[in-house]
Design a protein around this ligand. Structure first.
Ligand code: GLA
Length: 400
């Protein structure tokens, strides 16, 4: 009885301490199909996963902001509401939450005073699962609450993308933020990036999402991502000389590409975008028709070949994994997922695919490259949401 009273007293004290705190959670994502299509205006398919970033925010009376995460550098980053400059080197992880704050300020939705923000995550980092978008959405949802504001999912995704484009400096599309916002259990998120329309489609039953992380860190910001983005913009510019009304690269026809005779490597980049767009459109039809997943899986393999040969954002490690997985009967499809130039391979499998088989792929990889890829299995899961800070902390960890 005494124990019960003690517990109740502790809980009350805790509730009182936490009463001004606000919290949120946002998932990472797997890019299912549509490589480098989002910023080219086509359609993309992704799944939100059961690996998330959780935020806890507490208002302060003064203007000071304190950001802390043991998952990212384990150091406090301190600044003020009036000093939102981006950082280089140590503390640069904070550019994502600071960028969101900047974006909120631009939209007139910033919290009225300073705050403390704590972030935790069970997402594997730098594995091409977009922990950055998860940080952005979880930060935005927590900070919006401090200011008493609300945003719909599409505005939330756009606000976070703006943070990444204009504050962090990465010209990414809407894929990561859109999937993290719209994720739904057992569903794929479909984004029409030109119209910025978001919807969901059921993921075929009895199929599983596996990630093989090569451990090769793809430093998106100063890497070839921006080069690919600019190559696509140059290709569009040249095509518009022939077809001025062309709205985006993904809308170009193969006939236009042939007649425009673009110089290399722009011709290859454009061909990848046009063919990958057709593959996503085909996958959407097949998903709606409920056909054999094998047919959809073939599109994933074809997507990888195109990233390797035309978009040239693969690497030998990713190619090796895809080739090995292709030889396994339970694997429906496999491809690099995300920006590329390292990172991870998605293997979409039927439910017969086992950890033993996954380990066999890892062993073959180690024999060739000397290290083991990290293996994770994820479920297609719900999207970003406001949580109750008094709720039991989320203790789901992906298998590794
Ligand atoms: C990264 C970007 C996305 C998208 C993918 C490639 O994940 O953040 O916007 O461009 O690469 O499809």
């Amino acid at each position: 009885m005494i124990e019960e009273e003690k517990k109740a007293r502790c809980l009350n004290a805790y509730r009182e301490y936490m009463q001004d705190c606000r919290s949120a959670e946002a998932p990472g994502r797997i890019e299912f199909l549509g490589n480098h299509i989002d910023y080219n205006g086509g359609k993309v398919l992704g799944a939100a996963i059961n690996g998330t970033v959780c935020t806890l925010a507490r208002p302060r009376k003064e203007q000071t902001i304190r950001l802390f995460s043991e998952s990212f550098e384990n150091e406090v980053v301190e600044t003020s509401l009036n000093d939102l400059s981006s950082r280089k080197g140590p503390g640069s992880w904070a550019n994502y939450p600071l960028g969101v704050l900047w974006s909120l300020k631009e939209a007139g939705l910033a919290p009225p005073s300073g705050f403390e923000l704590i972030l935790t995550t069970d997402l594997p980092l730098a594995a091409g699962l977009s922990s950055s978008a998860a940080v952005e959405l979880a930060t935005a949802l927590a900070l919006l609450q401090l200011g008493g504001h609300e945003l719909g999912k599409s505005d939330l995704a756009r606000l976070c993308r703006r943070a990444e484009n204009e504050f962090v400096g990465l010209p990414c599309g809407i894929l990561d933020q859109g999937v993290s916002a719209y994720g739904e259990k057992d569903h794929l998120v479909l984004i029409d990036c030109e119209k910025e329309n978001f919807s969901t489609l059921p993921l075929p039953k009895h199929t599983c999402l596996w990630i093989f992380d090569t451990g090769i860190k793809h430093d998106l910001i100063d890497s070839l991502y921006a080069t690919r983005h600019s190559e696509c913009a140059q290709a569009l510019e040249l095509l518009k000389k022939r077809e001025p009304a062309l709205p985006c690269l993904a809308a170009a026809s193969e006939g236009l590409l042939t007649s425009a005779n673009l110089p290399a490597p722009l011709s290859k980049r454009a061909l990848h975008v046009v063919e990958e767009t057709a593959r996503v459109d085909r996958a959407i039809e097949l998903l709606k028709d409920d056909v054999s997943p094998k047919k959809i899986g073939e599109l994933l393999f074809a997507s990888h070949a195109s990233s390797r040969d035309l978009f040239e954002n693969s690497c030998p490690e990713l190619d090796f994994l895809v080739d090995d997985l292709r030889g396994r009967p339970s694997v429906l499809g496999a491809r690099l997922t995300g920006g590329g130039f390292g990172g991870a391979v998605l293997a979409w499998t039927d439910h017969e695919f086992s950890r033993t088989e996954a380990k066999a792929t890892a062993t073959a990889f180690r024999k060739t490259f000397g290290n083991n890829p990290k293996i994770h299995r994820f479920e297609a899961s719900r999207g970003a949401r406001i949580t109750d800070p008094l709720e039991k902390p989320n203790n789901r960890f992906p298998e590794s």
